[in-house]
Design a protein around this ligand. Structure first.
Ligand SMILES: NC(=O)c1ccc[n+]([C@@H]2O[C@H](COP(=O)([O-])OP(=O)(O)OC[C@H]3O[C@@H](n4cnc5c(N)ncnc54)[C@H](OP(=O)(O)O)[C@@H]3O)[C@@H](O)[C@H]2O)c1
Length: 265
């Protein structure tokens, strides 16, 4: 019951897709600070390798970069092969890599639809499918493996921006989480989702010119999310403390979804 064992993730192996910056980096940092060996992936190899070196040094823990493009089957296959060449099992798969696209309703393009749906939904499914063998290897009733899918509050609320494919993709992530959870719980793999609200990152920053003042003002907690907020939630879900939580989509948004007035009638 002590906090050190209840929330421990020490000695485990994790994969964090899109770990080179933003929310993925925050999650990877939380793992590394608490004794987890972490593989991070992203397309841009130099930035990814630099980040892995920086995090390994900072946390004195192994952070391994695996450059890949997860938007195609070929990229997914290469990524899975690379991990399988190095590991016989993995404990945590964090499906975080994602993309957004904004365009007016009238001009919204097929490119913007497919890019977002392919990476955010299709890749998440096939990556989890392909990692199932590694996730099953050490999974037991007492100590299950975990998959955490990063959704968004835009998949729960109607978003402020014109991001038709993005918000649809995130609603799909939340439902895919429940569907995969139902299947994989039988094999001691627990699947959950996190729906973040605003976190400082390249994705959110590009929509607001990296000025979060208005977002902070509007947020019930009067701030954007921090590494501690997202890493703490991920660690809870991956630790003994989270071992009875299955198929959930947990918001981490300062209260936007649950306290916004239109939800109160
Ligand atoms: N920040 C927020 O406020 C917020 C809110 C709700 C949900 N989210 C979700 O959180 C996740 C992370 O977003 P973020 O805000 O941290 O965004 P970000 O700063 O843009 O980071 C995205 C990460 O994914 C990688 N990536 C993008 N496309 C990829 C591809 N095709 N293959 C492999 N890796 C790819 C990027 O590296 P490369 O560019 O080098 O590939 C980067 O490491 C996303 O799923 C996003 O939808 C974010």
């Amino acid at each position: 019951m002590e906090i050190n064992s209840l929330f421990s993730v020490k000695g485990k192996t994790a994969i964090v897709t899109g770990g080179s910056r933003g929310i993925g980096e925050m999650i990877a940092s939380g793992f590394l600070a608490n004794g987890v060996k972490v593989y991070i992936s992203a397309r841009k190899a130099p930035a990814l390798i630099e980040k892995a070196n920086e995090l390994s040094e900072k946390f004195q823990q192994e952070c391994i970069p695996v450059p890949c493009d997860l938007s195609s089957s070929e990229g997914i296959n290469n990524f899975v092969t690379e991990i399988k060449n190095n590991e016989e099992s993995i404990d945590f798969l964090i499906n975080n890599a994602g993309a957004a696209w904004g365009e007016t309703f009238e001009s919204f393009s097929e490119k913007g639809w497919d890019k977002v749906m392919n990476l955010n939904v299709k890749s998440m499914f096939f990556l989890t499918q392909q990692f199932k063998t590694l996730l099953t290897k050490n999974a037991s009733l007492e100590d299950p493996s975990r998959v955490i899918n990063i959704g968004s509050i835009d998949g729960l609320n109607v978003p402020a921006f014109e991001t038709y494919s993005y918000s649809t993709s995130k609603a799909a992530v939340h439902h895919l989480t429940r569907v995969m959870a139902a299947k994989l719980v039988k094999e001691n793999i627990l699947v959950n989702a996190i729906a973040p609200g605003p976190y400082p990152s390249e994705m959110l920053g590009s929509a607001v010119n990296s000025d979060y003042t208005e977002i902070e003002k509007r947020n019930p907690r009067k701030r954007v999310g921090s590494a501690e907020d997202i890493a703490g939630l991920v660690i809870f879900l991956c630790s003994r403390a989270g071992a009875y939580t299955v198929g959930e989509t947990i918001t981490s948004d300062g209260g936007i979804v649950k306290t916004s007035s239109h939800n109160l009638g």
